[in-house]
Ligand binder design. Structure first.
Ligand SMILES: [Zn+2]
Length: 329
């Protein structure tokens, strides 16, 4: 099956949109991050993604699909499979009724274990459409345990000096993972409102946390760590002195982050695979054709070296490199 990228992935042979960011009649929403969503007339998504999106889909008629539950049309069957990236995140397997071809769209995935997400499921396929967020060879992350140990030590050091630690992590997904790890270590943790509300959806979905989180409401008792999302205005923190910021992001590997304000410490912790893990995932699902989207073209180049016909589709809808483009399936 052919795949094209234009504000989302489109499969012309079966007339299906995947993670379109423009409003469509019918589109998959693989997970609740805003760069994958649109207010579609009929979005198809997991119940937990719908819960996380809250009133965003008020004017839509969502098609809720549990993992592994088939959605049938005359031309294909679609099933959703855990992506490991955040609560409810899904890969979509589309099986053509005409040819039997299996196309897997990953959305965003995370292959490392998480205490708060359904684990990534390896789904064998013929055609793979895969994210390539960290699709450059320099993006190789250290062991997660090692990164977390450094984070705990840094936070304890700051607390012992009477400083106020702010931990930056994406509102949804990464923040809940970090929260789980910090509570397990016995830290007292407060969360900014949007992180707190996201965490309530996790709790409602049955995710267990090893302690309680408090919502930040303008009070900051001594000894408490604050979880705060990047990009959020920090005016509310102005009155508090001696703040120290720890950011947890895969971009820490490259030494620069895509957003503005500086952190006192930056550690590589991501809700995406690193370069090697992306390559490993391709090997694990064994495709005959690969399209990479949402990231760097270097991944497709490496995959071609390994013998996979692979092409990167860039954000303007163009194939970014020549590579193999023949249709093999
Ligand atoms: Zn995402």
């Amino acid at each position: 099956m052919q795949a094209v990228f234009k504000s989302g992935v489109y499969l012309p042979e079966v007339d299906l949109w995947l993670d379109s960011t423009r409003k469509r009649e019918f589109s998959l929403i693989s997970h609740a991050h805003s760069d994958h969503t649109g207010r579609h007339a009929r979005p198809v998504l997991t119940p937990n993604t719908a819960n996380l999106l809250g009133d965003y889909l008020d004017r839509s008629a969502p098609v809720l699909l549990d993992y592994h539950q088939p959605y049938e049309t005359p031309s294909y069957t679609m099933t959703l499979h855990p992506a490991g990236h955040c609560l409810g995140s899904a890969q979509a397997l589309i099986v053509s009724k005409e040819t039997g071809e299996r196309l897997l769209y990953t959305g965003d995935i995370k292959s490392r274990p998480s205490p708060t997400n359904e684990p990534l499921e390896v789904v064998p396929c013929d055609t793979l459409v895969m994210e390539s967020t960290y699709g450059r060879p320099e993006y190789v992350f250290p062991e997660q345990e090692q990164v977390l140990d450094t984070a705990y030590k840094t936070l304890r050091m700051w607390l012992s000096r009477g400083e106020r630690p702010v931990v930056k992590g994406w509102r949804l997904g990464k923040s809940q993972e970090i929260l789980h790890h910090l509570l397990a270590q016995g830290f007292d943790v407060m969360a900014e409102e949007s992180i707190y509300l996201g965490t309530q959806v996790y709790l409602d979905a049955g995710v267990k946390f090893p302690g309680h989180v408090r919502m930040f409401e303008g009070e900051w008792p001594d000894g408490w760590v604050l979880l705060f999302p990047p990009g959020k205005k920090r005016e509310v923190l102005k009155g508090f002195s001696r703040k120290r910021t720890l950011e947890l992001t895969g971009w820490a590997v490259g030494g620069n982050t895509p957003w503005g304000w500086a952190a006192d410490a930056s550690l590589p912790y991501s809700d995406h695979p690193d370069f090697n893990e992306l390559v490993e995932y391709v090997k694990a699902v064994g495709p005959k054709q690969v399209y990479t989207v949402n990231g760097f073209p270097e991944l497709a180049a490496r995959l071609r070296e390994l013998g996979y016909p692979a092409v990167h589709l860039n954000a303007r809808g163009h194939k970014q490199d020549a590579g193999f483009q023949m249709k093999l399936v």
